[in-house]
Structure formats: structure tokens, C-alpha cells
Design a protein around this ligand. Structure first.
Ligand code: ADP
Ligand code: TRP
Length: 316
């Protein structure tokens, strides 16, 4: 029996934070280590083009995500690590998928509406097409499981709908991809408002932050008890101390300085080995990983595109 394929990706728009790590990368790692699965992990550089970017830094940001992946433990011997734009079949497949996707559906997605609010001057065709390209990323590999955070659920629903439509109209055999959830599927912002996100300054801790940076960021985090930000991080990084701090909060004598210091140390302890590994990675090695990954990914994607063209009645 052939293995279930997994696909995931992260946009190359800045360094990864602990929300990305807990919500997406940890799931990617767990599935990589399970021999029931064949794992494909990419850098979604084409998706990063849907919001304003700096062309001088863009290629380096793509490499940087591959570095973060390797530092976190993704292994090119176990997973296919690649860059989305180097497998042009994703774009081709997205075009075919766009023929069964209505504009109404895409413009009603909450993720789309949020971006329109954030960047009213950048409502491009590429932005509307974002979920269609994401569906193509996933379905090019016929992936059944996608390790991503909970905020990506509307995009997965769109991918399932595209899979159903294609199967019904053309007799393809796409699976309906499900989200693979982790304990950290929703990491709140340090400020307590919304989720941790790289587009919100003061909301995140980067995987590359040192102990002093982590301390300084946690020092600014509000300790209002209606805000669950710090408790969520304790739950994720220092689980064994949950009861102790919860009891303190109930009695009203919790010491947040103690909590923050313990939490800083626990987070740093988890990040330190990754940072050490990251520092040892050379650009030559990164480029080699990227090149090999694209070759391996393309083999599968080319096959899916050929099959889709045939089923859609396009001359092959
Ligand atoms: P950001 O919102 O910081 O720009 P992305 O949208 O690039 O992050 O998300 C990359 C991956 O990390 C996705 O799988 C997303 O679901 C996950 N992710 C992002 N932020 C969080 C968070 N705060 N908690 C859990 N997972 C997250
Ligand atoms: N939309 C995802 C994000 O913002 C990135 C992404 C692009 C993705 N294509 C994907 C995630 C395919 C999983 C599968 O994080």
C-alpha cells in the first residue's frame, strides 16, 4: 500500500515565530517521524507575493525559512523540502482549479476579508486566488493531511471543496485534505489581543531570539487575568507548572515576575539547540537541499498535472 502524503508550507515573509513553530512546524516534525507518511514541506514564496515585499531581500527570506525548517529538525533525508516557485506545476494546477471556483466563494472567505481590511490598496487577482493556489499546493501531491494552525481552516475548507468539484466534474481522485492539529494550534499574541503573528509588532517571539530578547518581550506582556496569553505559553512550554501558577492566581498571590522568568528560560531552552544548528548551516548546503527537493517534488506534481489535463480533456 502506498503511503499517505502530507504537504505543508509557510510563507516566506519574515522569520518564524513560536506560533509558527507550535502550530505548524511541530506537526510537520511529528508526521515526518511517522513511517506511515511521505512528507512534502515547502516555502510558500508565491503566496508571499500577495502582500507587499522587498525584492532585494525576497530570495534571502526564502532561504531563511528553509534554514528555520532544518534548524527545527526537518530533515531532507526524511522529507522533501522545497520552494514552491521551483515547482511551476502548482501554478498550472491552480489555473485549472480556478475554472471550477467562483469569485463569490473566494471573496467571502474570512481570511480574504481580513487582508482587504489590512491592505485595501493591494486587493489583487493573486490575493483572490490565494486559496486556489493553496489547494493546488496540497492536491498536486494528493495530500490527505495538512499540518497548519487553526487560522488556516477556511483555506482547507476551500481545498476540500475544490477537490470535491474536480472529482465530481472530471472523475479525478483527489482526497479531501484535513488539518493535522497540534496542541499549539492557536498561540495568542503576547499582547493578549488576537493571535501571535509576524505582521503584528510586539505580538511574537522569534525562533532566533536570545534569552534577553525573550525576557524583554515577556516583560511587556500584560498580566491582566482576563488575558490568557501567559498561561497558554506556560501550558505549552512549562506544563508541569500550570497547577502551581493557576493556584497562585486563584489565591491572588501569583508572582508574575517569577512566571515570566521561568517561562523565558523554558522557551529559550527549547529554542537554543535550534539556534545552534541554524548557525552551522551554510548557504551551499541550503541551495543543495532546495535543488534536490524541487527535483523530487516535481516528479509527483508533473504526474498530477498530466492526469488532470487528460481528465479535463486538454490535449496532452
Ligand atoms: P503569520 O500569521 O505570523 O504571518 P503565517 O500566516 O505565515 O504566520 O503562518 C504560517 C503557519 O503558522 C500556518 O500554518 C499558521 O496556521 C501557523 N501559525 C501562524 N500563527 C500562529 C499562531 N499564532 N498559533 C498557531 N499557529 C500559527
Ligand atoms: N497559507 C499558509 C499560511 O499562511 C501557507 C501555505 C501556502 C500553505 N500553501 C500551503 C500551508 C499549503 C499548507 C499547505 O501559512
Amino acid at each position: 500500500m502506498s503511503k499517505t502524503r502530507i504537504l505543508s508550507g509557510i510563507r516566506s515573509s519574515g522569520r518564524l515565530h513560536i506560533g509558527n513553530y507550535l502550530g505548524a512546524v511541530k506537526g510537520m516534525l511529528a508526521l515526518q517521524e511517522d513511517s506511515a507518511y511521505e512528507t512534502y514541506y515547502m516555502v510558500a514564496d508565491l503566496h508571499a507575493l500577495t502582500t507587499p515585499y522587498d525584492k532585494e531581500k525576497f530570495a534571502e527570506e526564502t532561504r531563511s525559512v528553509i534554514k528555520d525548517y532544518l534548524a527545527a529538525g526537518l530533515d531532507p533525508e526524511k522529507s522533501v523540502l522545497f520552494v514552491q516557485s521551483q515547482v511551476p506545476e502548482h501554478v498550472e494546477l491552480a489555473y485549472y482549479f480556478s475554472t471550477v471556483t467562483t469569485l463569490a466563494k473566494m471573496t467571502h472567505l474570512p481570511t480574504y476579508k481580513e487582508k482587504v481590511k489590512q491592505l485595501p490598496d493591494h486587493v489583487t487577482m493573486a490575493l483572490v486566488n490565494y486559496p486556489v493556489l493553496m489547494a493546488a499546493d496540497i492536491l498536486a501531491y494528493k495530500a490527505g493531511l495538512v499540518p497548519v494552525g487553526i487560522d488556516q481552516e477556511p483555506h482547507l475548507e476551500a481545498a476540500r471543496e475544490i477537490a470535491r468539484r474536480m472529482n465530481a466534474d472530471f472523475g479525478t481522485d483527489f482526497p479531501e485534505p484535513k488539518r493535522f492539529a497540534t496542541k499549539g494550534e492557536y498561540v495568542p499574541s503576547l499582547s493578549g489581543e488576537g493571535k501571535m503573528s509576524k505582521s503584528v509588532e510586539g505580538s511574537y517571539i522569534l525562533l532566533t531570539d536570545g534569552l534577553d530578547e525573550i525576557r524583554a518581550k515577556l516583560a511587556k506582556a500584560p498580566t491582566d487575568e482576563r488575558v490568557s496569553n501567559l498561561f497558554k505559553l506556560v501550558e505549552l512550554f512549562k506544563h508541569e507548572r500550570m497547577e502551581y501558577y493557576a493556584a497562585g492566581q486563584k489565591r491572588g498571590d501569583i508572582r508574575y515576575s517569577e512566571l515570566k522568568e521561568e517561562l523565558s528560560l523554558a522557551i529559550y531552552e527549547e529554542l537554543k539547540p535550534m539556534q545552534e544548528k541554524r548557525n552551522k548551516l551554510t548557504d551551499e548546503y541550503i541551495d543543495e537541499v532546495i535543488k534536490k527537493g524541487a527535483e523530487r517534488a516535481r516528479k509527483v506534481a508533473v504526474e498530477t498535472v498530466r492526469e488532470v489535463k487528460e481528465k479535463m480533456g486538454i490535449l496532452v
